[in-house]
Design a protein around this ligand. Structure first.
Ligand code: 0O2
Length: 215
């Protein structure tokens, strides 16, 4: 007989993990900017998967409901957005440096070098993250997705189209999406070529804004 799951209770540590991880990565940005350094992190978001999505994914992956905590790696997920592709790998290095300290890396998936047939690009790191619960310490799985703003723009739109078409996006839309993913990646490559100029301009603009707000 299928075990009754208390989803509210099960998801509390995941909620806490998402909040903690968001604070930690936003903290890196705040720290770097406060000392006048460039931050490879533009912004951070996070979410806990909805129960309906957990159940859907469990069915897709053939994971028993009582095994979802081990079988589904992205119940807790955070997304780190970067300006440039190079920044993604800087953030990956930050995370690798933390391996064994406040998180354990389980594995990494580079969907930038190996983009998906859909056109999806992003860097994924699955971690085990220690969390303190009222019942004691617990290590949960979480997925960190690191991507550029352009990759995020594409991913968000494709995700909503998948939702609209219930995963059966019409062929002509799929073809457009693949072209759009390539165009977004070309935009990232073009921006990378002039990233030093962009960064200098942003720094100047920031100094000017700070001076104006000081008046
Ligand atoms: P949600 O709503 O974002 O949580 P696979 O079976 O190998 O294709 P798998 O096992 O689900 O993929 O794991 P993977 O590759 O790590 O992908 C997990 C998450 O990456 C997805 O979660 C999405 O957030 C994102 N993702 C992966 N592929 C695509 C894609 O083609 N398009 C978009 N927009 N996002 C993608 P969920 O559970 O699918 O959705």
């Amino acid at each position: 007989m299928q075990q009754q799951i208390d989803w509210k209770k099960l998801l509390i540590p995941y909620d806490n993990a998402v909040e903690e991880l968001k604070v930690k990565f936003k903290g890196i940005r705040r720290e770097l900017r406060s000392i006048g350094e460039y931050s490879p992190i533009e912004f951070v978001t996070g979410r806990v998967k909805k129960v309906s999505s957990i159940l859907e994914k469990a069915e897709k992956l053939d994971v028993a409901i009582e095994d979802v905590e081990d079988g589904i790696e992205d119940i807790a997920g955070i997304r780190i957005m970067c300006q440039f592709v190079e920044d993604i790998y800087t953030v990956v290095d930050y995370i690798r440096e933390r391996d064994g300290y406040d998180l354990d890396i389980v594995y990494e998936k580079d969907y930038i070098d190996n983009f998906k047939p859909s056109g999806y690009r992003s860097y994924h790191i699955v971690i085990r993250y220690p969390i303190q619960t009222a019942m004691g310490p617990k290590k949960i799985l979480a997925e960190i997705q690191i991507r550029t703003l352009a990759m995020n723009f594409w991913g968000t739109i494709e995700h909503s189209l998948k939702y609209k078409y219930k995963h059966n996006i019409p062929e002509h839309v799929t073809e457009r999406l693949i072209k759009a993913a390539d165009a977004a990646f070309r935009l990232d490559q073009e921006m990378s070529q002039i990233r030093h100029e962009i960064r200098q301009a942003q720094k100047l603009f920031e100094i000017r804004s700070n001076t104006v707000s000081d008046i």
